[in-house]
Design a protein around this ligand. Structure first.
Ligand code: RFL
Ligand code: PHB
Length: 391
């Protein structure tokens, strides 16, 4: 097989890239290790930044988002006895939208299907070859067990944190940075109307908690738990009790309404960045190049920003033989990556508790400043609602 751009991974980064390239008349083939159903049902992100929404809308992917998504002006930040609203719209004139990654994925799959995009699901043995030549290629075994070779002008690794692309950059070239946090999130999805209008991020001596949502009838909530926690140790009752305590049930008359839990999982948290995001004819985008802890809601938005910068760079490289944007892609993308890496680290370390009473006082002092100083609040708002793509 031959194409212009071989894309590894059919998550949001890979599918949005194929969509953006097609708008520039560039052909791509996508290979994905999982089934279409599995990719579509993975429950992950829920918050879209202002620029993500604008970009999706500008490329014909905003119709259902505007209709079914929910625009939020800001978030609530709280600690025992206090809850404060940070209004992003007042502070920065930018909002965020609640629209699940599962929905973004469905919209992308539908758009690519109607355009006749070639996507190979359930492949195995994906491997990248000759990346430092002008004729790179990808090999894989297709769903019928047939060995395939896909020749391309460019290979893009959109294969998330466990794919082979990141490792295809030689050790002599790459550098990586990592922070593993000493806690995880226990996340639940529940068939109950959200007990809040906008997201609540809560600091509590028992640990962080968050109240998010997916729709007017589905809530998404998280609890800080120790690493290595087994979900089996957390009955539904224990989860709702923990959430009620940490989110302040009863405080100023506020109530947390429990409901049937439909999904429960534990996710570890880490920050990771690998540079450069380009090696020869291989480009990395999204979680393949960087991981952030979910506290700042940045992962999906970073993946979108990467491919929004990469698509015009590849169009200039392949159509006009102009390598300028492709040459600066890694540096351009990494400016935003490091900003979001810092922001998500900052949100994470401000809100998750440890055994250290000194740290707790610093966290509370920081929370009081962020919620009482306009400069403090504006800094959080600007980062959370998101800087313009290519800032
Ligand atoms: P993905 O979505 O992981 O997609 C990568 C795809 O590559 C495939 N793949 C391979 N394909 C072929 N051959 C191989 N050998 C392959 N190996 C892997 C995988 O099967 C997969 O389909 O990466 P992408 O596209 O870069 O997108 C990144 C986002 O998915 C991720 O950053 C976010 O979900 C992170 N995240 C959040 N981000 C936000 O912006 N806002 C949020 O509110 C938010 N909440 C979250 C999150 C992530 C979470 N989890 C579970 C990690 C909440 C959670 C709970
Ligand atoms: C979510 O809705 O899953 C979500 C929202 C905000 C975050 C992380 C996850 O910071």
């Amino acid at each position: 097989m031959r194409t212009e751009v071989a894309i590894i991974g059919a998550g949001p980064a890979g599918l949005l890239l194929s969509h953006l390239l097609a708008q520039d008349g560039i052909e791509s083939v996508v290979v994905e290790i999982r089934s279409a159903e599995y990719v579509a049902s993975r429950i992950r992100a829920g918050v879209l930044e202002h620029s993500t929404v604008e970009l999706l809308e500008s490329v014909g992917l905003g119709e259902r988002l505007r209709r079914e998504g929910d625009e939020h002006r800001g978030i609530h930040l709280q600690w025992p006895e206090e809850r404060h609203h940070i209004d992003f719209v007042d502070l920065t004139d930018r909002s965020v939208w609640i629209y699940g990654q599962t929905e973004v994925q469905k919209d992308l799959v539908a758009a690519r299907a109607s355009a006749g995009q070639e996507i190979h699901y359930e492949v195995t043995d994906t491997a990248l070859h000759d990346l430092d030549t002008e004729r790179p290629y990808v090999t894989f075994t297709d769903v019928d067990g047939v060995a395939q070779r896909l020749d391309a002008d460019v290979v893009v690794g959109c294969d998330g944190s466990f794919g082979p692309s990141r490792g295809a950059v030689p050790d002599s070239v790459k550098q990586s940075w990592e922070r593993v946090y000493p806690y995880s999130w226990l996340g639940i999805l529940a068939d109950v109307a959200p007990s809040t209008d906008e997201l609540i991020y809560a600091w509590h001596p028992d640990g962080f908690a968050m109240h998010s949502m997916r729709s007017s009838t589905v809530s998404r909530l998280y609890l800080q738990v120790p690493n290595g926690t087994d979900v089996a140790d957390w009955s539904d009752e224990r989860i709702w009790d923990g959430l009620a305590t940490r989110l302040g049930h009863g405080q100023d008359g506020w109530q947390l309404n429990p409901g049937p839990i439909t999904e429960k999982s534990v996710l570890p948290m880490r920050s990771f960045v690998q540079t450069p995001m380009r090696h020869g004819r291989l480009f990395l985008a999204g979680d393949a190049a960087h991981i952030v802890p979910p506290t700042g809601a940045k992962g999906l938005n970073l993946a979108v920003a990467d491919v929004a910068m990469l698509a015009p760079a590849l169009a200039a490289l392949l159509r006009k033989k102009d390598p300028t944007l492709a040459d600066s892609y890694s540096d351009d993308a990494l400016r935003r990556v490091w900003r979001c890496t810092h922001f998500s680290w900052w949100m994470t370390t401000m809100l998750h508790t440890s055994d250290d009473p000194f740290d707790a006082q610093l966290q509370l002092s920081q929370l009081r400043w962020v919620t009482s100083s306009e400069a403090g609040a504006a800094g959080l708002a600007e980062n959370y609602a998101g800087l313009p793509i290519g800032f």
